[in-house]
Design a protein around this ligand. Structure first.
Ligand code: 2BA
Length: 109
């Protein structure tokens, strides 16, 4: 069994949840925040049998798209001056960042 951890943009999360349910996959959604943009995103935890991993990846790929996101200048006041960006920049945010982890044991009580 594998645990698929997928960080996706909030805009794609409802389509992805619906598609996972329609394809018979179980998932847990966690509200998360990107460390770089400090914007909300959604992290999916999807436990699946090894042979279904590619099917889940296909569903994720079909439902998550890469987009450009504007990163506004951030004031260093009260924040960390090291991360100060004095001008707006476009950042390409990926459709999904996916980690596939081995599961030692799975129990449900
Ligand atoms: P954020 O950390 O908010 O990053 C948003 C986007 O900003 C990233 O898109 C990337 O294009 C850019 N970015 C991130 N760190 C950067 C840096 N140090 N310098 C320049 N540009 C940077 P993605 O790579 O598609 O990542 C989307 C979200 O996926 C991330 O949001 C983060 O929440 C998660 N993520 C990405 N890589 C990760 C990793 N190795 N471990 C854990 N979470 C990760």
């Amino acid at each position: 069994m594998k645990m698929i951890v997928a960080v996706v943009q909030d805009k794609d999360s409802s389509h992805l949840s619906q598609a996972l349910v329609e394809n018979g996959f179980r998932a847990t959604k966690l509200a998360s925040t990107g460390g770089f943009l400090k914007a909300g995103n959604t992290t999916f935890m999807i436990g699946v049998e090894d042979e279904k991993v590619d099917d889940v990846l296909a569903v994720i790929k079909d439902n998550c798209q890469s987009r450009k996101q504007m990163m506004a200048p951030m004031s260093p006041m009260g924040g960390n001056a090291d991360s100060y960006v004095p001008y707006p920049v476009d950042v390409q945010v990926g459709g999904a960042t996916v980690f596939i982890l081995p599961v030692d044991r799975f129990e449900q009580f």
